[in-house]
Design a protein. Structure first.
Length: 235
């Protein structure tokens, strides 16, 4: 069955990457629902901007008016209870002894997709979309293509129903992500990314840069700024 006749569930955090994936899904699938997670994240402002972005999409992308469906929010606060990280507590963002940044939340994407698959199963949806990337990222092992392909197999077996995990940004860097957003929705979508998404690990929306809101110094802001500079230089 062609993708454009089927529904999809997008893991939509409110950040730039998942927002770009949402735009792609709206052009690819017949109906698109969104799913966010509250896991006690330090930058929980992302949960607030999600609604503004979804509402603005209805005026920016024609596809959204007929294809954008329900939004869901799942409580995964157990992730914070299992152990604090720099993403869930006021801790310094640095490299840990294991070679991973302290922003790594163990098992986060594994739990995200497991919860998403359970919700999708009940809603007769077999396509899950996430903004994970192995090209321009912080080294998180649960963002890797091999991890998510293995998880796709496990979920399909565990549910006795086929699950397909789509990661359209897996091999795109941040500059390519900006360029793809413009391709998907023109300058209007790029402007929405700047004004209505949030990727800063510290949850800082007091400062606005050319690429959007953030502290400007955390790893997420640095990646986004670098991508923006490359993207605008190539225009």
């Amino acid at each position: 069955m062609a993708l454009h006749t089927q529904p999809a569930l997008v893991l939509f955090s409110g950040g730039q990457d998942s927002a770009t994936c949402l735009a792609w899904a709206l052009k690819t699938f017949a109906r698109v629902e969104t799913l966010g997670f509250d896991y006690g994240q330090r930058h929980r402002v992302e949960l607030e901007v999600r609604h503004d972005f979804r509402a603005a999409l209805l005026h920016t992308m024609p596809e959204a008016r007929t294809r954008l469906g329900e939004d869901h929010l799942v409580d995964l606060s157990m992730l914070k209870a299992l152990g604090e990280t720099a993403m869930t507590a006021e801790r310094t963002i640095e490299m840990a002894e294991n070679g991973l940044p302290t922003t790594f939340v163990p098992g986060r994407n594994l739990m995200f997709f497991t919860a998403a698959a359970a919700l999708a199963y009940r809603r007769t949806i077999r396509h899950l979309v996430g903004g994970m990337c192995e090209t321009d990222y912080s080294g998180y092992p649960d963002c890797r293509d091999d991890t998510l392909k293995a998880l796709q197999v496990a979920l399909s077996l565990g549910l006795a129903s086929p699950v397909t995990i789509h990661t359209p940004l897996m091999w795109r860097d941040k500059a390519e992500t900006w360029a793809w957003a413009r391709e998907l929705g023109g300058q209007g979508l790029v402007s929405l990314m700047i004004d209505h998404t949030h990727s800063c690990y510290l949850g800082d929306r007091s400062r606005k840069w050319a690429w959007g809101y953030g502290c400007g110094t955390c790893p997420a802001c640095q990646l986004r700024a670098k991508g923006w500079d490359t993207f605008t230089h190539d225009l």
